[in-house]
Every structure is written in structure tokens, then in C-alpha cells.
Design a protein around this ligand. Structure first.
Ligand code: ATP
Length: 443
């Protein structure tokens, strides 16, 4: 069945709530604008997305190490990085309906874009996106600290700590996953733009002469990562930034964009940040930030190529892209075709009936899967068709049923989510089979 793209986002938002992927924050109090909570399925999905990123960026590589820096940093960090003066968006307010807009998102600055309003707009003003708070008991300006608006600065200020502790030399990278905060003027599109979100950033430090080579490398590698985890290639594109769009310190920047129901939008940016950040921190801290090359016996400032992704945006893209409606009428099924590595639940164990020893056998199989760290789910209620439908809608790649024959010959039926193919295997071989299928899906 064809799905109207205008309705698709609403359908996904309600599925996300009903099945426990994503809830509105503080819902019983009317919600808090732009804040969302991940439920039991959502937290698994997002965790799997972050794990997939960490595997690709850190675990499976010899040249990248991880970091977990604190969210609150010395206020001078934001002076050095340029966020205190430059991290702002232009905004306007409607004098009539009081709504606030990003001036650079409006075509016409003469009147309110809301069709029923059309009120007069204020002058364009700059609005700093950093959240401020106070450290300690005294709320004065000397105690002001900021919630980090990006994780990258925690990496730059630790560049030499990490380099010396790990004894890596450029080209090498430092990766970090963590929360960032931006007081966005116009958050929206579900979890796409929020004020509290999680980033997955990696700063790759390279000899200056190798910057173009590595920029090209990370462009390709990051686009491929989304494809490897199942996003349809026709829903992905790279968009190079125009010269006038580039941050003043960046030599080049490209966005990985995804075709969301609301249009092509950024998932991740890959930028050549040159040696700007290290030099800025050297200047503001008075501490040398250059790398000493043992071979040439010289100091130099590495250039930085940065792939900066959002964990929430990536999770949303994987959710939207997985959504599929198949068949019609009573044969219609909603299925989330997650890559097995991202699927919140890998296996559902379903005894055909609640008697004759089937639940006992099911329970044993379920225990065995959990003991092998395979996230599984046990369900013995409702008809088998209903139970398959529930699992399709949760994106579970494998269902295992236990029937009369299972009790006689110790075999179970495996049913695959996408093809609906069914086959019997010895119950003693089930864990091995699922592990093999999971491994194969990662290639
Ligand atoms: P945008 O242009 O959409 O505001 P950006 O170019 O400012 O994004 P970056 O500073 O490059 O974003 O941040 C890197 C990544 O962090 C983005 O590609 C996105 O995935 C994520 N991100 C940034 N802002 C938000 C937000 N408000 N909500 C959710 N994710 C975000």
C-alpha cells in the first residue's frame, strides 16, 4: 500500500508512542516542548545505533580512540571556540501572535508566515544558542557556565592528553558520544531538532598535507555507514557546502542528507576544520597545543577532519526508513525492516499454545537466548498471527515457535521477518544459528 508522505511522519510518531519507541517528555504535565523520552524499544534502538557507530569508529580501528569528556567545561573554552560570540541564529518575533521564527528560514521578513496571522515582525536579532547555568551556590556572572553545544571541544582541549597517553601520532582520531544542548529557536519535526540531543563526533588529526585525502576518505566512509545499516541508497545524498555557507575556519564541508518525509535534511556534517581549534585553544589557554613529531623533531599543528553526527537524527532516519506497509486488506502488515544489528529485539519466542509443555520448552529457549546476550522477548498470548504482527511492527527479525512436533523431536520453527520464510531447526542449534545470522548481517 502506498503511504502518503504527509501522513507518514504522523503515523511514525503514533507508532513510536504506541509501541514504546519514543514518548513526549513529561507527558502527564502536558509535555515539554522539543523534549522526548526513549521507551523500552527506542532505548534499545538508539543504543544499537550508538554501538554501531562506536564499532565502526573505535572498536574496529587501530587509529581511533575514545573519550568521554564532561558536559560542563571551563567558560573560556567557549570564548576560544567562538561559541560565545558567534554561536547564534538570527530570530524575529511576530508582534501579533508572539511566535518566534528563525529569520534565515523565512522567505519574507515583512509579515508573520502563519497564514491566519500575517502580523508584523520585529527587527532581526541575534540569539545565542548556548544554555547558561550557574556553578555553585552563588548565581552571579563569575559563576556562569554553559551546557556544551557540541562534544567536539572536549576533544580539542584533551588533544595532547589523549595523544600522549595513547602514543598515537597523526593521522589518528578521538571519538566521543554524548549529550549536547542548544537553545534552538525553532525545534521540531519530532526528534529531528531538539534542544537536548546526543552527538557522535570524531576529530581526526592529520598532517596538514594530508587533509584533502582524509576529507575524501571520511566523506565516503560516513555515507557508506548509513547504507551498511540498511538505509536505502536513494534516500541518502551528499551535499557540499557552498563557499558562503562554510564556517570561517572551515576549508570544506559536506552534509550527509536523508530524505525524511519533511524533505532532504542533514544527518551528519563532515568538515575540514584546518588547525583552527588547536590554535585557538593555544592562544586562549597559553598552553602549547602543537604536536611534536619524533621523526622530524619538529612541532606542528595537525589539521582536523571532523565527521559530526547526531544519534537522535540517525535513530529517527533508521526508524523512518525501516517503516513499511505490505499487502492489503486483511493481509496488510506493518513491518519495521531494521537491520538485525539495530533491531531492538532480535528474537521472539512464541509457544503455539499455553499448555502441553510448550510454555516450559519456550521458557528454556528464552533463557538460553538471554544467557547468550541475545535480546529476546517471550509472548504466549493471542493468536500466532497476532503475535507475528506485533513482532513485525517492533522490527524483530526472528520469531521462534514451539508446537506439538517440538515436544516430540526437540525442533522449533524459525520465521524470518522480511521474507516470512519458515524452517525447522533443532532447538539446541538455535542460539548458534541466530549468532551466525547476526554475524552475517554485519558484513
Ligand atoms: P543544523 O544545520 O540542522 O542546525 P548543524 O549543522 O548546526 O545542524 P552540527 O553543528 O554540524 O549541526 O552538529 C552535528 C550534528 O549534530 C548534526 O548533523 C545533527 O545530526 C546533530 N544535531 C545538531 N543540532 C541538533 C539538534 N538541535 N537536534 C538534534 N540533533 C542535532
Amino acid at each position: 500500500m502506498a503511504v502518503n508522505t504527509n501522513d507518514l511522519m504522523n503515523t511514525i510518531v503514533s507508532l513510536a508512542k504506541r509501541r514504546g519507541f519514543i514518548f513526549q517528555s513529561s507527558e502527564i504535565y502536558g509535555g515539554l516542548n522539543s523534549c522526548w523520552d526513549y521507551g523500552p524499544l527506542g532505548v534499545e534502538l538508539k543504543r544499537n545505533v550508538k554501538d554501531a557507530w562506536w564499532r565502526a569508529m573505535v572498536t574496529n580501528r587501530r587509529d581511533i580512540v575514545g573519550l568521554d569528556a564532561s558536559i560542563l567545561m571551563h567558560p573560556k573554552v567557549w570564548e576560544a571556540s567562538g561559541h560565545l560570540t558567534g554561536f547564534s541564529d538570527p530570530m524575529v518575533d511576530c508582534k501579533k501572535c508572539k511566535e518566534r521564527f528563525r529569520a534565515d528560514h523565512l522567505e519574507n521578513l515583512d509579515k508573520c508566515p502563519k497564514p491566519k496571522c500575517g502580523g508584523e515582525l520585529t527587527e532581526v536579532r541575534k540569539f545565542n544558542l548556548m544554555f547558561k547555568t550557574f556553578m555553585g551556590p552563588v548565581e552571579d556572572s563569575s559563576a556562569t557556565v554553559y551546557m556544551r553545544p557540541e562534544t567536539a571541544q572536549g576533544i580539542f582541549v584533551n588533544f595532547l592528553n589523549v595523544q600522549q597517553a595513547s602514543r598515537l601520532k597523526p593521522p589518528f582520531g578521538i571519538a566521543q558520544i554524548g549529550k549536547s544542548f542548544r537553545n534552538e529557536i525553532t525545534p521540531g519535526n519530532f526528534t529531528y531538532r531538539t534542544r537536548e540531543f546526543e552527538q557522535m563526533e570524531m576529530e581526526f588529526f592529520v598532517p596538514p598535507a594530508e587533509d584533502d585525502k582524509w576529507y575524501g576518505y571520511w566523506r565516503d566512509a560516513r555515507l557508506q555507514w548509513y547504507k551498511d545499516y540498511g538505509i536505502k541508497p536513494e534516500h541518502l545524498r551528499l551535499r557540499d557546502h557552498e563557499k558562503d555557507e562554510l564556517a570561517h575556519y572551515a576549508k570544506a564541508c559536506v552534509d550527509v542528507e536523508y530524505l525524511f518525509p519533511f524533505g532532504w535534511s542533514e544527518l551528519e556534517g563532515i568538515a575540514n576544520r584546518t588547525d583552527y581549534d588547536l590554535k585557538q585553544h593555544e592562544q586562549h589557554s597559553g598552553k602549547g597545543m602543537a604536536f611534536f613529531d619524533d621523526e622530524s623533531k619538529q612541532h606542528y599543528y595537525p589539521f582536523v577532519v571532523e565527521p559530526a553526527a547526531g544519534a537522535d537524527r540517525a535513530t529517527l532516519a533508521f526508524l523512518v526508513d525501516a517503516y513499511d506497509v505490505e499487502g492489503e486488506g486483511k493481509d496488510e502488515r506493518v513491518v519495521l525492516r531494521f537491520h538485525p544489528a539495530l533491531a531492538p529485539i532480535k528474537v521472539a519466542v512464541l509457544p503455539l499454545v499455553k499448555k502441553d509443555g510448550m510454555p516450559e520448552m519456550g521458557e528454556k529457549i528464552y533463557r538460553d537466548l538471554l544467557d547468550n546476550s541475545i535480546k529476546s522477548f517471550y509472548d504466549q498470548t493471542a493468536s500466532i498471527g497476532r503475535r507475528y504482527a506485533r513482532q513485525d511492527e517492533a522490527g524483530t527479525p526472528f520469531c521462534v515457535t514451539i508446537d506439538t512436533q517440538s515436544l516430540e523431536d526437540q525442533t522449533v520453527t524459525v520465521r524470518e521477518r522480511d521474507s516470512r520464510e519458515q524452517y525447522r531447526v533443532a532447538s539446541s542449534e538455535l542460539v548458534g544459528l541466530i549468532q551466525k545470522k547476526m554475524r552475517e548481517s554485519m558484513r
